[in-house]
Design a protein. Structure first.
Length: 259
């Protein structure tokens, strides 16, 4: 179906691989379009419970935007609907019903990091390198990087990464909260799959509600956030997942939230 990404689904866990290793999986327009289509298809057709995203080859998750595309961008073009596609992919990842994991297997720079920031979790191999180096090209991140990074790691560290354009290694990224877990090389996908299997043991409604409540906390005042949390709590009750969870707990058996 696709030319620049690979899509595999095994045991209802989808793996999307950006498949352009010669360009270090640079985020070209075609890759964004294919990823958006794949994510929407997975959600619409109910084919998976979780999605892993990684890059082909041993060097890069995604080394950023395609420099040839960057060279052609204009001020007028940035205000066009086509330019909005760059921002649409991260928003889709955040709003997708399915939880997502960015499996960062190498360079994760610029647009690659902007995409990873929108995933539910980020895991990295020890050789991974993460950064927003756009200022070194005379521009700034343009797909939400300045906004999501500051919300995730704090204003001070985000200001340093964005204004200096310097990258951080995987362990440092974990210490600053940019990466959730670090795995030895060769164990990255298996580690991410285990997280996805843990998600599969949770209720799909409560899992989505938990993610959305945490996301809302970044840009809502406390009262608004707590009110939103309360409404999502009520949604979990209405879903029936509470009944199954409590009954399983009282009867000392594994809960069966799915199927």
């Amino acid at each position: 179906m696709y030319e620049k990404i690979l899509l595999e689904v095994t045991d209802r866990i989808a793996v999307i691989t950006i498949n352009d290793p010669e360009r270090r999986n640079a985020m070209r327009l075609q890759i964004r379009e294919e990823m958006i289509d794949a994510l929407r298809t997975l959600e619409r057709d109910g084919l998976a419970d979780a999605v892993l995203i990684t890059g082909a080859g041993e060097k890069a998750f995604s080394a950023g935007a395609d420099i040839n595309e960057v060279k052609t961008r204009t001020m007028a073009g940035e205000l066009s609907t086509q330019a909005q596609l760059r921002r649409e992919l991260p928003f889709l990842l955040e709003r997708l019903r399915l939880p997502t994991i960015a499996c960062i297997n190498g360079y994760c720079l610029g647009a690659g990091l902007e995409m990873a920031l929108a995933c539910t979790l980020r895991v990295a191999s020890r050789k991974a390198l993460l950064g927003l180096p756009e200022i070194n090209l005379g521009v700034i991140p343009g797909s939400g990087g300045t906004q999501r990074l500051a919300r995730m790691i704090g204003l001070g560290r985000a200001m340093e990464m964005v204004t200096l354009g310097e990258s951080v290694a995987a362990e440092e990224a974990r210490r600053m909260g940019l990466v959730n877990r670090v795995f030895d090389d060769g164990e990255l996908i298996q580690g991410a799959l285990e997280i996805a299997r843990q998600w599969q043991r949770k209720g799909p409604v409560s899992l989505m509600a938990a993610r959305d409540a945490v996301l809302r906390s970044a840009d809502a005042d406390l009262a608004t956030g707590v009110d939103y949390e309360n409404k999502l709590f009520a949604l979990c009750l209405a879903s029936g997942e509470r009944d199954e969870g409590v009954d399983a707990f009282l009867n000392k058996r594994p809960a069966k939230f799915r199927g």
